[in-house]
Write a protein that binds this ligand. Sequence first.
Ligand SMILES: Nc1ncnc2c1ncn2[C@@H]1O[C@H](COP(=O)(O)OP(=O)(O)OP(=O)(O)O)[C@@H](O)[C@H]1O
Length: 247
Amino acid sequence: MGPTPEAVVVEHLRVVRGGREVLPDLDLVVPAGQVVGLLGPSGSGKTTLLRAVVGVQVVASGRVTVLGHPAGSPPLRRLVGYVTQQPSVYDDLSVTDNVRYFADLAGAGRDRAAEVLEEVDLGPVAASRARALSGGQRSRLSLACALVGDPRLLVLDEPTVGLDPVLRRDLWALFARLAGEGRTLLVSSHVMDEATRCDRLVLLREGRVLADETPAQLLARTGATDADAAFLALVEGAPRGAPGTMP
Ligand SMILES: Nc1ncnc2c1ncn2[C@@H]1O[C@H](COP(=O)(O)OP(=O)(O)OP(=O)(O)O)[C@@H](O)[C@H]1O
């Protein structure tokens, strides 16, 4: 089967966690080969949606299709890379050994480990222990571990958290480069200004999609000058809270 034009298709996804409907009825298409930002305040359901995409979330109903296969199904094991909010990097191993460990798990060769370290610019610190890395280097190491199996889709949960603006910019530039190789990146963040760095953005609020468009379209539609203001404009303009709205 050839590559599908959509990397991810979510249809009527409903997820209940701890007795709460976290995603009531979500539809979403993530086009292939793009960097798609998933933005929204804390608790809006970003992690839950990403978990459903990688197939580790129990869903109440609906369907998630990834690269033409049901989310979490065996053919996707090598095709999807996932970096969680608390990435697992082994502090007592060197940078190279961390990546080699994941290369072994993915059935990739040692050459691939070296290649991936170059790709994320960690070549110069390859021999350092992971515990000695800076926050930005650590993020790139987890990314390297996810990249080693050569996934078509990378799912990254708040990869820029705790990084300064320069490192965040560099990391988004790296995401763009990876997308340029034909990969799809689905990247969550609660920092709205990161919206402008992605090809497309999805704004989530209380488990619902408020916007799903390009950053330029979002700004044009809301008349806002930045993503923060656009988000507020959408929240205030939402029928739910708007005064005088007829049912
Ligand atoms: N293990 C769990 N059991 C019950 N409820 C949960 C669990 N994990 C998350 N939730 C609830 O699901 C909702 C969505 O959480 P989720 O982690 O998807 O949001 P998020 O947008 O990723 O937030 P954050 O940016 O803080 O990570 C929250 O209201 C949270 O309280």
